[in-house]
Design a protein around this ligand. Structure first.
Ligand SMILES: NC(=O)c1ccc[n+]([C@@H]2O[C@H](COP(=O)([O-])OP(=O)(O)OC[C@H]3O[C@@H](n4cnc5c(N)ncnc54)[C@H](O)[C@@H]3O)[C@@H](O)[C@H]2O)c1
Length: 339
């Protein structure tokens, strides 16, 4: 459901690529988008009518619509008792996220959230390293994802440069911590196996939306570890070379782990040597679909990112963002200030 960017570059190629899954049909309220998408990915069925789509012989549904549409999509799938893989963030408000978790729970259907970063060989290797004690006890985690969200401005059909609809949409949905930061918050909880008990959010405004477009979240885990998540949609947005940064750093009392998406380099430095991990992207769509297909067939969803996981993560991201907003300092208007 939803024939946009992430369905196009992530979900459809993965579903088509692996042996365990088959893409039967797609739905988008925009019929042209559904048809174009189906042709591009060689999908037999396309629909702009939800009921017709849900009756087209499906075993499970991937929800790839914009975040504000997830609740309605989940409700429609749950009524048909179809297993759901729902893109992150499951919702843009805590209330909608709670409704989604409740609806999926009451329908007793397998429900997975698309925390696709967990499935990259990078993330799974880090988890194994942490669990084996390679760098001792992890005390501090730094997760940085700062970029320009494909560009804040771009030329319209008339050639005039305007603020991009994607950029505006993501900022109105809550900004970078709620949109991208949720992946990183999920990883921190998953790697440490420890939930977050305290949140502190700060932000910066390069653009004047309610949410900050550059956000820092400081998270204290129940086991004493501290995680810092830094996310931005404005980093480099006016630069000729926007030079995005995406890094993981985990600092233990016996060494550290570092991943840099810029060169796909993953290393662990312990007291004796440097260990090298797989060279891979931070996302693992194929691996995620293999795990999802296995869970749907066996009914065992215990190892998947769940609705309650996503609800917990969303609460943290929303809290950090709201704290940043409540702390915003508006500078005095220097144009009217006395000399
Ligand atoms: N995991 C990742 O790497 C990743 C990357 C990008 C986006 N996302 C997430 O995926 C979701 C979609 O993002 P996108 O960038 O593909 O957005 P997009 O705007 O490119 O596509 C959204 C699609 O949903 C359709 N749509 C609108 N209302 C709908 C409804 N009620 N039911 C079904 N479809 C509907 C739109 O017509 C559009 O085709 C968001 O939740 C986003 O945060 C995840």
């Amino acid at each position: 459901m939803g024939c946009g960017d992430v369905a196009n570059f992530g979900h459809a190629p993965a579903i088509n690529a692996i042996a365990e899954t088959e893409l039967v049909s797609v739905y988008d309220p925009d019929a042209k988008r559904a048809e174009d998408f189906a042709r591009r990915h060689a999908i037999p069925g396309w629909f702009s009518d939800v009921d017709a789509f849900l009756s087209s012989g499906l075993e499970a549904v991937s929800i790839c619509s914009s975040a504000g549409a997830h609740l309605g999509n989940v409700r429609a799938c749950a009524e048909k008792r179809l297993p759901i893989l729902c893109e992150k963030p499951i919702a843009t408000t805590v209330e909608d996220a709670e409704s989604i978790v409740r609806i999926a729970g009451e329908a007793e259907i397998p429900f997975m959230v698309g925390f696709v970063y967990r499935y990259s060989p990078v993330a799974t290797t880090i988890r194994e390293w942490v669990r084996s004690g390679l760098i001792g006890n992890v005390k501090s985690i730094r997760l940085v994802y700062i970029w320009h969200l494909h560009g804040r401005y771009g030329p319209g059909e008339d050639g005039v440069w305007r603020e991009s609809p994607v950029w505006i949409g993501r900022m109105r949905e809550g900004g970078p911590m709620i949109d991208c930061g949720v992946h990183l918050i999920d990883l921190a909880r998953w790697w440490t196996g420890s939930d977050v008990s305290q949140v502190c959010g700060h932000g910066a405004w390069l653009a004047d939306y309610r949410a900050p477009d550059h956000v820092y979240a400081h998270l204290d885990h129940e086991n004493g570890c501290h995680t810092m998540v830094e996310t931005s949609f404005s980093y480099g947005h006016t630069a000729h070379d926007p030079a995005p940064q995406f890094t993981y750093e985990l600092i233990g009392d016996g060494g550290f782990i570092r991943y840099d998406r810029g060169n796909w380099r993953l290393e662990a430095h312990d007291g004796r040597t440097v260990h090298t991990g797989p060279s891979a992207s931070e996302k693992g769509f194929w691996e995620m679909y293999a795990a999802w297909a296995h869970a749907v067939r066996t009914g065992d969803t215990t190892s998947l990112p769940s609705g309650p996981d996503a609800l917990g993560v969303s609460k943290i991201a929303v809290t950090a963002t709201e704290q940043a907003i409540s702390r915003r300092i508006t500078p005095p208007d220097t144009r009217t200030a006395p000399n």
